[in-house]
Design a protein around this ligand. Structure first.
Ligand code: SF4
Length: 303
């Protein structure tokens, strides 16, 4: 493949845990587990070792060259489940990322953010992504964005947390992710977007990877997108097909994985810390042209 004319940074999404305090119906954060292998998040030295190995591999330039990506500084995106259930491991991973020359970001459902956590985390992050599907309590309950005690995301607290984040790190990029699904496609999220003030709003369509019950029709998805056309300048719309094989993803046990179009589930590599990132990366499909087209449309990050 030829070198891309535009700088396209590599973004590696590490799903640090599949645990979450919410239980969204469409959640795809479930991985096949090897019983003998513990999640790396249980031991912070494993967290640091994995980030170091990813940094070595993705900083080497080999991957960028092989897939026609640029040599721009790669980014480690820490996702879940809900990564802030393990806030100290998230801090360790973000700090280690910086140490080995990676940029760092997290994706969170926002419910476990506190002003203290925002204060300590913000300086280590280049980007914070927050996933919100609805501003309405009733819909959030139906979607499953509620914890076992019935607690929902507190939007007032979220506003204060964003003030702290922006104060501590004025260059922090804030991203909002919304999954359009059967329960929220009629919602108006304008007040949520105004509260979060994201630099980018990624509007995704519920994937039929796990089951079909949350998916929306083309017309329903388009209706949601059109209703929010006032935010066109910050919106990135991502349809199902764009989402297959175009992220670089690592699971909680430290294996590369991909959502394969040939089967209902995922395809996994061996653990990266056992065989090294080179060999593990060769064991999964990676669709570089789809990765590139995402960035052509999106000028920023993944996940
Ligand atoms: S908040 Fe995210 S990780 Fe948690 S259940 Fe919902 S989709 Fe899954």
């Amino acid at each position: 493949m030829t070198q891309s004319p535009n700088p396209v940074p590599v973004v590696v999404n590490w799903h640090l845990t599949e645990a979450c305090n919410f239980s969204c119906r469409y959640c795809y954060a479930h991985w096949e587990r090897a019983e003998s292998v513990k999640d790396l998040v249980r031991e912070e030295h494993h967290v640091r070792a994995l980030v170091q190995e990813l940094g070595r591999f993705f900083r080497s330039g080999g991957v960028a060259q092989q897939f026609g990506l640029s040599g721009a500084q790669p980014r480690l995106n820490i996702a879940g489940g809900e990564p802030l259930l393990f806030s100290s491991a998230v801090q360790a991973a973000a700090q280690q990322a910086r140490r080995v020359g990676l940029r760092a970001s997290i994706i969170t459902n926002g419910s476990l953010l506190t002003e203290d956590l925002c204060d300590s985390l913000a300086p280590h992050l280049d980007m914070l992504g927050i996933s919100i599907d609805s501003g309405q309590s009733s819909n959030n309950k139906l979607i499953g964005r509620v914890d076992s005690q019935g607690r929902l995301l507190d939007f007032e607290a979220l506003g204060r947390n964003f003030e702290v984040l922006r104060h501590r790190n004025p260059s922090l990029m804030v991203k909002l992710n919304t999954v359009v699904n059967r329960l929220n496609w009629q919602d108006d999220l304008s007040s949520v977007v105004d509260l979060v003030r994201p630099g980018k709003w990624k509007i995704l369509r519920a994937l039929p990877v796990i089951d079909q019950s949350s998916t929306v029709t083309d017309d329903q998805f388009q209706a949601f997108v059109s209703r929010h056309s006032a935010f066109r300048s910050i919106s990135v719309v991502e349809d199902n097909q764009d989402m297959l094989e175009s992220y670089i993803m690592v699971d909680p046990q430290g294996r590369f994985f991909q959502n394969s179009p040939c089967s209902a589930g995922y395809q996994y590599s061996e653990p990266i810390l056992d065989v090294g990132a080179e060999r593990a990366f060769e064991q999964v499909n990676f669709n570089a042209s789809r990765f590139l087209s995402r960035y052509t449309n999106d000028s920023g990050g993944a996940a």
